[in-house]
Design a protein around this ligand. Sequence first.
Ligand SMILES: Cc1cc2nc3c(=O)[nH]c(=O)nc-3n(C[C@H](O)[C@H](O)[C@H](O)COP(=O)(O)OP(=O)(O)OC[C@H]3O[C@@H](n4cnc5c(N)ncnc54)[C@H](O)[C@@H]3O)c2cc1C
Length: 556
Amino acid sequence: MAVQREQLEADVLIVGAGPAGLSCALHLAGLIKKHNEAGAKPELSAENIYVLEKGREIGAHQLSGAIMNPRALRELVPDFEKSAPLDTPVTDSAALLFTQNSSFRFPITPPPFRNKGNYVVSLSKIAKWLGGLVESAGVNLFKEFGGAELVYESGAVAGVITEDKGLDRNGKPKDNYTPGYELRAKVTVLAEGTLGSLTKKLVAEKKLDNINPQSYGIGIKELWEVQPGRVEPGYVAHTLGWPVSTDMYGGGWIYGLSNNRLSIGLVIALEYADPRFDPHAAFQKWKTHPHVKKILEAGKLVRYGAKSLPYGGWYAMPRNTVDGALIIGDSGSFLDSQRLKGIHLAMKSGMLAAETIFEALKSGDYTCETLGSFQQRVEQSYVRDEMWKVRNFHQSFQHGMLPGFVHSAFQQITGGRGLIDPMRAEAGYRHYRKRSAAAPAPNNEDRFKGDGKLTFDRLTDVYHSGTRHNDDQPCHLHILDPNICVTKCVEEYGNPCQYFCPAAVYEMAKESSGAMKLKINFPNCVHCKTCDIADPYQVIDWVVPEGGGGPNYEGM
Ligand SMILES: Cc1cc2nc3c(=O)[nH]c(=O)nc-3n(C[C@H](O)[C@H](O)[C@H](O)COP(=O)(O)OP(=O)(O)OC[C@H]3O[C@@H](n4cnc5c(N)ncnc54)[C@H](O)[C@@H]3O)c2cc1C
């Protein structure tokens, strides 16, 4: 039976209230205000801008380091320093090389690790603050609503259907069942962050891929309260080396926040060979390094989280406009793959999208004819300058750190060109070695447990992420071919999902018949999207759960 959906009409519908989506909304509301004040026609209204956010609060799903380059924010909110929750300016930037028992600080910090002029922030707090400005500008911000499906009209994107609420685990309506809304818009902006679930479909349907597939990393983060004096606020350090082996790409971070708080984490490229590599365990191991251990001693874990990030850069950027829609922020690959900085580029891409949409609203043309000028705006802005210089950077590390350093040295002196331009990349999951060549599978007893003080198992960490989903709802992790999990995947890769998931969602369990079955503990899901990215057969499809579910990264 066809579902009767309530329809709402907007001029502009923005999916995702991260830095990209919120900057787009705020800038567009500002342009509309000036336009109306000047008495220009047609009269426009910020109330006709809708923003959807799946998190239970604005900022609840923001997880970042975070060092923020304030360049875009300064353009968006010129007096941001007066009211933005900036935490602290960067005072010292260090690059550290770790061996198992020692650390070495580079006497001169290499340029990509220098952060003078930037701020250490909680991105969750920044998003919450921006959300407040967006609402004050008259925009309609709907939290706890996920965009579940795109609506098309004559081949053009015409809006989004939000997720159905109140279905039980078998997909049957409960007493509180409310079908998702059909939100129609002249322009839909996809600002869903890393591997957006709608963006993924749009890119596939309209064949928007660039020459390289997107490359991703996973970042695992903990927020700690440490003893006074351990790390000065504003001190930022990036670590290279142990425990990340040289055939992998990754490193750690230590950022000093105010009030003896510390942001620590490890980012690993999701393109490693061993299908049983466990990024969460690697991060826990990193904390046992004498340098880190000393800092954390007698401290306390406050929050945990994990999220993927797209670092394919310029050559992995999908075509970012179609009739009726634009793709911005992480969803559109707007991230500096060398510095792993995406906040300011997400914001700027949102602002450039706003300027494009403003022209479209004035002319009444929402096709690629008008929206396509977004790409020109990007090309003429500092976004292009910054991303073009590092266009081949990440690809050069796809086969390990050492070849990467050689290539990146040539890129440095040739404005990003290097020895091969464009340098091609392959999807990360293609890097897995088959089981026969990989390390033997650990049994569950060998899985990382942690000491409960310095190091933690995944479930303890998930508890600290504030993650919550109503477990009587359909599982939002769709396995497109469950048979593969218990046949080919066991044989060939030993079910990597059990290892790469930083929230212990996937588990191979024995049924009473003795047969193995993939158990999915979806209420634990922290929305990092690693499973959708790293599954070797690409059979895991991450779709939005009931709105309001997921982590609570308040203060992260
Ligand atoms: C571990 C880690 C460390 C990082 N460190 C830094 C750093 O130090 N400095 C820096 O500049 N950058 C850093 N980044 C990158 C930076 O966080 C991102 O580039 C930036 O957050 C991108 O902004 P965005 O708005 O595109 O996406 P996001 O911030 O991810 O926001 C997207 C929003 O959309 C919502 N959403 C997604 N899908 C839907 C849907 N279908 N319906 C409704 N809502 C939806 C999400 O809940 C989320 O709130 C880091 C990233 C990670 C993962």
